[in-house]
Ligand binder design. Structure first.
Ligand code: SF4
Length: 125
């Protein structure tokens, strides 16, 4: 069965709307891409959609109750919930450094989850 689908390319701010036709593992770009990067993006979005993952986790004893985290590379879309569930179980103790690894090789994908900011220990008055 051949399927037609519109994919919005997010590789650059132009955001081309790319019309593709695919069946099995074969994909044809019909219209819409202004450059070749859009073809690869559309192929990835149709056959292996991925997203950068951002979230936050609980902090114990820190100046902030949460610290923001992100994946080191994009995560397959169908694994995002699994990773978020793992993150929601975690509480880490301050102090926390930026780019500190929180989960290594998460879900056996070769992707780490790291912090995106520093959290100091809460100073008591
Ligand atoms: S197809 Fe090329 S020009 Fe269009 S959004 Fe993607 S990267 Fe940008």
């Amino acid at each position: 069965m051949t399927i037609e689908k519109e994919v919005t390319c997010i590789v650059c701010p132009i955001g081309c709307k790319i019309l593709v036709k695919y069946t099995g593992t074969s994909l044809d770009v019909l219209t819409g891409n202004k450059c070749k990067k859009g073809i690869e993006y559309a192929r990835s979005e149709v056959f292996n959609p991925r997203r950068m993952l951002t979230s936050s986790i609980h902090v114990q004893g820190g100046e902030w109750p949460l610290v923001s985290v992100k994946s080191t590379t994009s995560v397959p879309k169908d694994k995002i919930f699994t990773v978020l569930e793992e993150l929601h179980k975690i509480t880490i103790k301050a102090p926390i450094k930026s780019k500190q690894i929180i989960l290594k090789n998460v879900a056996n994908m070769g992707i780490d989850i790291i912090t995106t900011k520093t959290v100091h220990v809460l100073k008591k008055p």
